[in-house]
Design a protein around this ligand. Structure first.
Ligand SMILES: CCCCC/C=C\C/C=C\C/C=C\C/C=C\CCCC(=O)SCCNC(=O)CCNC(=O)[C@H](O)C(C)(C)COP(=O)(O)OP(=O)(O)OC[C@H]1O[C@@H](n2cnc3c(N)ncnc32)[C@H](O)[C@@H]1OP(=O)(O)O
Length: 194
C-alpha cells in the first residue's frame, strides 16, 4: 500500500472550483488542445472529434457521434471509446480553470448500450478542488441533451506543470508542438495562470 488517497469523494476541506476570468464565454466552442488528440483533434481521422462548449461556472458540454470505427459489439459503441469521450470532456474543464491537469482516476458506469450513429450529449463539471486534486463528474445522454443517461463518470484529475508533457512526451512530437505557432498559443494560455 502506498498510503495514497485515491477516493473519488472530495475531502471535507475541499474548496469549490474557481472559473478563470479569461475562461471562454458560456456557449463558446473550445477548440482542440492538440490537433493529434484522439479525443478532440481534427488531425485524427478515426478520432472522436469531440466538440466541446464552455458552460456556466466550471462546466462544459460536448457532443460525440459514435461511428463505425468506434464499435465494440456489432453496432454498439466500445466501452473504452465511451470512457474516452467522458475523459476528454472532463479534460476540457481545464480551459475553464486554466489549470493543466491529467486524469488520475476515472470510474465509469455504463447504464445503457449506445448504438453506432448515436449522438452522445456530454456534460461535465468540477465539483471540488483539494490541493492539486480536481474532483469532477460527467454524464453522457442519448436521444437529446435531456435524454436518458447512458454513461456517467466520476474522476480525479491531478494538476501538473507544462513540464509534465515536455519531460514525458516523445521528443519528435514535443519539438513539433513547440514549433507550431497555433499550438504555442494553447501552451501560453496555460503558462500565464498565476
Ligand atoms: C509542450 C506540449 C504541451 C501540449 C499540451 C498543451 C496544453 C495542454 C492544455 C490543456 C489540456 C486540455 C485538455 C486535455 C483534455 C483531455 C485529455 C484527457 C485527459 C487525459 O487523458 S490525461 C492522460 C492520462 N493520464 C496520465 O497519463 C497521468 C499519468 N500519471 C502521472 O503522470 C502521475 O501519476 C500524476 C501526475 C497523476 C501524479 O503524480 P505526481 O508525482 O505529480 O503526484 P503525487 O503522486 O505526488 O500525487 C499528488 C496528489 O494527487 C493524488 N493522486 C495521484 N495519483 C492519483 C490517482 N491516480 N488517483 C487519485 N489521486 C491521485 C495523490 O494522492 C496526491 O494527493 P495528496 O497530496 O492529497 O496526497
Amino acid at each position: 500500500m502506498s498510503g495514497r488517497t485515491t477516493a473519488l469523494t472530495p475531502p471535507a476541506d475541499a474548496r469549490p472550483p474557481v472559473r478563470h476570468p479569461e475562461a471562454p464565454a458560456p456557449g463558446e466552442v473550445i477548440g482542440a488542445h492538440y490537433d493529434n488528440c484522439f479525443g478532440c483533434g481534427g488531425g485524427v481521422p478515426h478520432g472522436l472529434h469531440l466538440e466541446v462548449r464552455a458552460g456556466e461556472g466550471v462546466r462544459v458540454t460536448a457532443e460525440f457521434r459514435v461511428r463505425e470505427a468506434h464499435q465494440g459489439a456489432p453496432g454498439l459503441a466500445h466501452g473504452g471509446v465511451l470512457a474516452t469521450a467522458l475523459d476528454e470532456t472532463l479534460g476540457s474543464l481545464n480551459w475553464l480553470t486554466r489549470v493543466i491537469a491529467v486524469t488520475g482516476r476515472l470510474e465509469t458506469d455504463y447504464v445503457l448500450p449506445v448504438p453506432v450513429d448515436t449522438v452522445l450529449h456530454l456534460d461535465a463539471e468540477v465539483s471540488a478542488v483539494h490541493g492539486r486534486k480536481i474532483y469532477c463528474t460527467a454524464t453522457g445522454r442519448i436521444g437529446g441533451p435531456e435524454g436518458p443517461v447512458a454513461v456517467r463518470a466520476d474522476a480525479v484529475f491531478i494538476e501538473v506543470k507544462l513540464e509534465h508533457f515536455v519531460n514525458n512526451g516523445r521528443p519528435a512530437e514535443i519539438k513539433a508542438v513547440l514549433s507550431d505557432p497555433d499550438q504555442l498559443k494553447v501552451v501560453r494560455a496555460f503558462e500565464v495562470n498565476p
